[in-house]
Design a protein around this ligand. Structure first.
Ligand code: C2E
Ligand code: CA
Length: 438
């Protein structure tokens, strides 16, 4: 008997994978086409936040019912993620039929869902893929449908299908990259690098930021600016972040140096910050790998704070576990000065786009000073990112900035290299220039 999801009474993701494997095998034996649609509710976090979780559950049940109306007798529906459903469409004639099914789902969802005086048109994006045209393996077929969904959403379309091989063009590279990324942890291709943060006034090392690196066996180093957004779009980011948290606590806990307790910051994507199980996940990681010499911190972006009061309550719980909170890339996006005072945070990081223009652009310099001043009023430490030269460091020092991180002191380094750097740094005369230290 397959496991079912309580809210929608549909098979869950695990049960779905079995169903999909059976369907793929059956399609192979009968030599027919199989279609797979992945249907994802847009901005579901915001729906939950605005109308409550009870309402969110009803939206899920509503969508499950609409999919049931579209399904033919042999089609199968499952709930494969928090706000994600899948539909297996056996014996499709061609891609056109898959598109017709998508359009039918979208049409049914035009009719608003009503509950407790709220009327809402449930917004979804749909991605589709066909077997054997796009993949002949269940996991890959799901991956292709999910990537088609991510691309459709990025391009602001309501549905999209995996490209046919002739039309694949430059996209094919992205398909491969996504497949490779899904295996990166298992193949041991990910590593955490560490970049020191130095307190300006006394040149003490206060901590390190952990930054992920992906060395793919075929492509070599893939930049985080490429693979992190891809991981966020395809949902791999959750597993990767948990892996990062565990790895960082384990590695840094084993370092030997005389710096004293070291803060280690891990970047936390907004998807995880919004998810109610984050405190529990952090607690588990700390129980397994925590050590007294390591002080964990998470770096969250302003985007995470958009979700409002619920995230604020969540951050409070996280801080009660002894994990501090840093607001990353400050100034680049959705600045939320209005409720700045409510944010339970310990540190604010000024984005390197301001820091790099500090000496040449007076507006950047003014904004930086304002941010530092504001942060101090709310008792936050200020770290400037991307400090590459002495003149910028001096300017930050005179503006009252507390700490810096950047190539001027050190680039992000593998664990063993950073440990050695810390040993050298602490033994050097604190007043000497960084050139002697690094
Ligand atoms: P970020 O969080 O803003 O990280 C700071 C970036 O600035 C890092 O790029 C770092 O190598 C770079 N950097 C540091 N000092 C300097 C400097 O002096 N000059 C210049 N030009 N750059 C400097 P990196 O490592 O390539 O990471 C890029 C972005 O990828 C990060 O930006 C972060 O958003 C994301 N990222 C990296 N690792 C992780 C991770 O483990 N999890 C998540 N969710 N995101 C990550
Ligand atoms: Ca960061």
């Amino acid at each position: 008997m397959h496991a079912r999801d309580d809210i929608t009474d549909l098979p869950d993701r695990r049960a779905f994978v079995d169903l999909l494997k059976d369907a793929v095998r059956d399609a192979g034996q009968r030599d027919t086409n199989l279609g797979l649609l992945v249907v994802d509710i847009d901005r579901f976090t915001q729906i939950n936040v605005a109308y409550g979780y009870g309402f969110g559950d009803r939206v899920l049940a509503h969508l499950a019912a609409r999919l049931g109306e579209v399904a033919r007798p042999h089609d199968r529906i499952a709930r494969v993620g928090d706000n994600r459903f899948a539909m297996i469409l056996p014996r499709l004639m061609n891609r056109g039929h898959g598109e017709l099914a998508s359009q039918k789902v979208l049409r049914l969802l035009e009719i608003p869902f009503e509950h407790d005086d709220v009327r809402l048109r449930v917004p979804v994006t749909i991605g589709g893929a066909l077997c054997p045209q796009h993949a002949t393996h269940a996991g890959q077929l799901l991956g292709k449908a999910e990537l088609a969904l991510a691309i459709a959403r990025k391009e602001d379309r309501r549905y999209g299908f995996a490209p046919d091989s002739a039309a694949a063009g430059t996209l094919s590279d992205q398909w491969d990259l996504e497949m490779e990324l899904s295996n990166a942890i298992d193949r041991d291709e990910l590593a955490m690098y560490y970049q020191p943060q130095v307190h300006i006034a006394d040149r003490r090392v206060i901590g390190v930021e952990a930054l992920m690196r992906w060395k793919n066996r075929k492509r070599g180093m893939v930049p985080p600016d490429v693979f992190i957004p891809l991981a966020e779009r395809t949902g791999h980011i959750r597993k990767m972040t948990l892996w990062a948290m565990n790895t960082v606590l384990r590695e840094v806990g084993q370092w030997r140096h005389e710096v004293g307790p070291l803060t280690v910051s891990v970047n936390m994507p907004s998807e995880l910050v919004a998810h109610s199980d984050l405190p529990e996940l952090l607690q588990n990681a700390l129980q397994l790998f925590g050590s007294p010499s390591v002080r964990p911190m998470i770096e969250i972006t302003e985007r995470s704070l958009m979700a409002g009061d619920r995230v604020i309550a969540q951050l409070k719980r996280i801080r009660e576990l002894g994990v501090r909170v840093s607001i990353d890339d400050f100034g680049t996006g959705y600045s939320c000065l209005a409720y700045f005072h409510k944010i339970p945070a310990d540190e604010l990081k000024i984005d390197k786009s301001f820091v790099s223009r500090l000496l040449t652009d007076t507006a950047s310099a003014d904004i930086t000073m304002l941010i530092i001043d504001l942060a101090h009023r709310f008792d936050l430490d200020v770290v400037a990112e991307g400090v590459e030269d002495q003149a910028t460091l001096d300017k930050l020092a005179s503006s009252g900035c507390d700490s810096v991180q950047g190539y001027f002191f050190a680039k992000p380094m593998p664990a063993a290299e950073c440990e050695a750097w810390l040993q050298r740094f602490v033994r050097a005369d604190p007043g000497s220039s960084h050139g002697m230290l690094a």
